[in-house]
Design a protein around this ligand. Sequence first.
Ligand code: PGA
Length: 238
Amino acid sequence: MPRIPLIAANWKMNPAPESLEDCIDSYIPNEHADVVVFPCLVDIPLCLELGMVTGAQYGRAENYGAFTGDISLQIMSEIGCTWVLCGHSERRRYHLETDADIIKQAEKALELGMQPIVCIGETQEERQAGAEQVVIRRQMSDLPEGITLAYEPVWAIGTGQTATPAQAQDMHAFIRSLLPADARDGTRILYGGSVNGQNAESLLLQPDIDGALVGGAALKPDEFGKIVQAAVRMTERL
Ligand code: PGA
């Protein structure tokens, strides 16, 4: 059974695109591609109201408690988020999230019936040192089954320096080879890092790339719509 592509919009700490109701088509799933949006907290109710499949950019594993400024997966799930990003490199970098924290979040999300997208990827220094596979192996060890993965090389995020389709495919094939045999075919592995309307198709054409996690281009409805359309063309071809 082929994997349906998933295109995810990570709006990060930015307001939702203006007049969202007028460009909603770009952000709504269709029969050929799943589409999920990850808005900043305050825009979540609007996205849910507009019928978008909506996820949390982060959620803490504890349900409630004295964690000023944090938000829990439990609360995000209560308000209607069905997906969550775990371990985005910006969370690892600015909030010092560890692999152990990320495993805990992914497990909790699954327990709540949410779908975690666990982000993994090496930094520029790690790639230059030839350590990308070591890093990925470490980031993937002990992750629960039933998750979606996003390979996001840190050097490609927000830099305009996309991994080439061949580089990305190499890493995706490696990542898939590390999955337990019974999860290998069914697990979606997204690529993230400067995906846009122009490069999406060549990335999505790779056999082990099952979708995209999109930052900058996801804030531009037309551009994001092009990425979704590229995914739709992929499935139509199957
Ligand atoms: P970018 O961000 O598309 O702006 O590179 C991707 C991400 O951080 O998920």
